[in-house]
Design a protein around this ligand. Structure first.
Ligand SMILES: Nc1ncnc2c1ncn2[C@@H]1O[C@H](COP(=O)(O)OP(=O)(O)OP(=O)(O)O)[C@@H](O)[C@H]1O
Ligand SMILES: [Mg+2]
Length: 331
């Protein structure tokens, strides 16, 4: 530390300072065996944008990131970076960070950070020390990964991605395993680093509030397609308690829970013909083409929707419950 090289981070100088990549995804399909996991997904990300991706488990979020990182082959459709298909795999421009740091236990922090970086030994070390400083870990450079906390390991994972000057940083639930306070700190760190380097960022998270706090935009994937895409035009930094953050998060969640995003299979159209009010559950009888269905639903959901006699509804059959929602699409 303390040598002149630190003033000049990233001496590779191969590309423009701070340039995020433009991503264009067209009709992206990914099949595993006969199963279509992504079903013709379209998404355009301007350079330097921070996109948050949410969606239920198994909807294809990690698959999308892996395709963007070039870790999997596309079944059909296209992914373009700056207007052309990425060359020689995508590794040069894109880096991915996972929920676990995947550090090599037999290498020191600085060595882990520098993995894959070519150049003279002292230059490589200077670069690694510089990015470690960015993530607040320069003083642990010669320590072993086993001696770091989970949050610190994720900082090293971030440094390891940053050292390659990614123009696209892919974050697959990078904070998912951290405690709440460390999570907040890491969110700030990621945001600050993103602002400083201006790469394009795609964050997958299960925490809708986190998605709002960090994203310029929230995208919801359901069943292999994007079903919700909303800009977050709030000043930064944002906080969990803010009412606007909660409101946007609520809209995304509502959408996740809404009729259109539920599976088109296992549903029956009908009309409410009887309601037995109770607390906290009520029984609702629906007349459908094939006969009557009695569904037990929370009384709160009756008043929220609202569900009344004569309301046209769709009944969704799940393995352990039937959900009723107003059938606003009925003719
Ligand atoms: N290599 C693979 N072979 C077969 N099926 C796969 C493979 N990778 C993913 N899948 C399937 O693709 C679907 C989407 O998986 P993916 O990991 O993208 O989901 P996800 O949205 O990231 O879920 P989670 O929120 O739980 O991480 C799942 O049904 C999964 O089982
Ligand atoms: Mg995943």
């Amino acid at each position: 530390m303390g040598d002149g090289a630190m003033e000049k981070p990233f001496p590779r100088g191969k590309r423009l300072e701070g340039a995020g990549i433009r991503v264009r995804i067209d009709g992206l399909v990914k099949r595993f065996g006969g199963r279509e996991v992504l079903r013709g997904l379209n998404l355009e990300i301007p350079p330097g944008e921070f996109v948050s991706i949410v969606g239920r488990s198994g909807c294809g979020k990690s698959t999308l990131l892996r395709l963007l990182a070039g870790l999997e082959d596309i079944s059909s459709g296209t992914v373009d970076f700056d207007g052309s298909p990425p060359k020689n795999g995508y590794r040069e421009d894109a880096r991915i960070m996972f929920q676990d740091s995947r550090l090599l236990p037999w290498r020191t922090i600085v060595e882990n950070t520098a993995i894959g970086l070519a150049g003279k030994k002292e230059n490589v070390r200077a670069c690694a020390l510089d990015v470690l400083k960015q993530v607040g870990l320069a003083d642990r450079a010669d320590d072993w990964p086993g001696r770091l906390s989970g949050g610190q390991r994720q900082r090293v994972a971030l440094a390891r991605a940053l050292i390659h000057r990614p123009r696209l940083l892919l974050l697959d639930e990078p904070l998912g395993a951290l405690d709440a306070l460390t999570r907040l700190e890491m969110q700030r760190l990621i945001e600050n680093i993103w602002k400083r380097y201006e790469f394009t960022a795609v964050l997958v998270t299960h925490d809708v509030a986190e998605a709002v706090i960090l994203g310029d935009r929230i995208v919801l994937i359901e069943d292999g397609l994007i079903t919700f895409d909303e800009k977050v035009a709030l000043p930064r930094p944002r906080e969990y308690g803010q009412s606007e953050v909660a409101a946007i998060g609520r809209r995304a969640l509502d959408r996740i829970m809404s009729v259109n995003s539920l599976n088109v299979r296992n549903q029956v159209k009908g009309k409410i013909v009887d309601i037995q009010l109770g607390q906290p559950l009520s029984e609702v009888v629906i007349e459908a083409a094939g006969g009557f269905i009695a569904a037990t639903v929370s009384s709160r959901s009756l008043s929220e929707q609202p569900l009344e006699l004569e309301t046209e509804v769709l009944a969704f059959f799940k393995s352990n419950e039937v959900i009723l929602a107003v059938n606003s699409g009925s003719e």
